[in-house]
Ligand binder design. Sequence first.
Ligand code: F6P
Length: 369
Amino acid sequence: MSNPRSIKRIGLLTGGGDCPGLNAVIRAVSKTAMYRYDIEVVGILNGYEGLIRNQVELLDTSDVSGILTRGGTILGSNNRISPLQFPVESENGSIEYIDATDRCLQTIEAHRLDALIVIGGDGTMACTMPIVNAGVPCIGVPKTIDNDIIGTELTFGYTTAMTTATMSLDRLHTTADSHHRVMVCELMGRNAGWLTLGAGIASGSDVILIPEIPFSIERICDYLQERMQSPAGFSIIACAEGAHPEGGHQIISQVVEGSPDPLRLGGIGQLVAAAIEERTKFETRTTVLGHVQRGGPPVAMDRVLATRFGVSALELLMAGEINRMVVWRHGDIDHVDLGDVVTGQRLVPLDHPMLDAARAVRTCFGQDA
Ligand code: F6P
C-alpha cells in the first residue's frame, strides 16, 4: 500500500511502569508499519530516558517476531525520568532539574523521525505534550495495570494484572480457610481502585478497600466479627495500595524526585491488618502482591486489545489523525485528543455497576452501604 503521508520513519517508545502486552503493541505497530506501509521503526530505549540521551535502535522484523506472548518490553521502560524535570549535575556538583524537551527534539531530528508512537500511562502522555506542542506528530497507546487513564474504558495490561491478582487471592483463600485467619492482600493501582475492585469481585473477597471509598476500621471489624462466626470462619480482604481511612490519608512509601509519578504508595495492608488484629484478636496476615501483578505473559484478551491498539495507532497516524490516543469505548476502538488525557486520572465512579454487584453479594467496603 502507498504511504499517503510520506512518513518514512517513526519512533516508538514504552514509558512508565511496564505491564503485560507492551511487546504485543510494539509488534503490532512495527509489523503494520513495516509490512503495510514500508515505514522504518526506530525503537527508543528505556522510555523518555532514551529520547533524552539519544539511545535508539532501528528495529527489523526479526526484532518484533516471537514477542507477542512475552511480558515486559523489549525496548525497556522507565518511570523515574521525565523530560519535564530531567536531573543534571550542576558545576557545584548539586543536582538541578531541567526541561529536556530540546534534547528529545534533537534525537527526533537526528534520526529523522517523522512521528512518535508513545505507549504509556498518564505520566508518559504528559511528558509527550511538549513534543506535540513542538510540532512532532504523536500517537498515544494507553497502557497500565491501573486502568486509570482518562478517555479509555480499558487499558491493556489491566485484564492480565486482574487475573494474576485474582489467582493470588484464590490461593490466599485456601490457606485462610485452613487456619481460620483474616488475610489482607495489598494490591497495586495507585489512586484508582479498578485493579482491587476487579480482582476482589473475581476472587469473592469479603472486604474490598479502594481509594475512592475511604473506610472505617470499626465497620470492617464489625463485619469480620459476623463473618468469622459464620460457617466460613475466615476472611479475605483485598486492599488497594491507595486505600485510606475516613479522614485519613494514603500511605506513601517513597518519593521519587523528578519522576512523572513521584509518589509511590504502599504499606496500608499492614496497617489494616494490625488494626484488625488489635481490635478483634483474629489471627491476621498480610500479603503484598507487588510487581508480580505487572509481570508475565498477557492473557488472550490483552493480546487482542494490544494488537488492535497497535494497528489502530499506526492507522490513525497514516490517516493524518495526529496527536490522538487510541482508546477502548463502547466495545470498540476509538480515539481522543492527547491533551484531554493528561488532565487527571480515571477513578472508579461511586455509582459504578461493579460496586453495586459487589454490594449485592454482601461485600464490605468498610462503609455503610
Ligand atoms: O502504575 C503502575 C504501578 O504498578 C502502580 O500500580 C504502582 O503504584 C506503581 O506502578 C509502582 O511503581 P514502581 O514500579 O516504581 O514500584
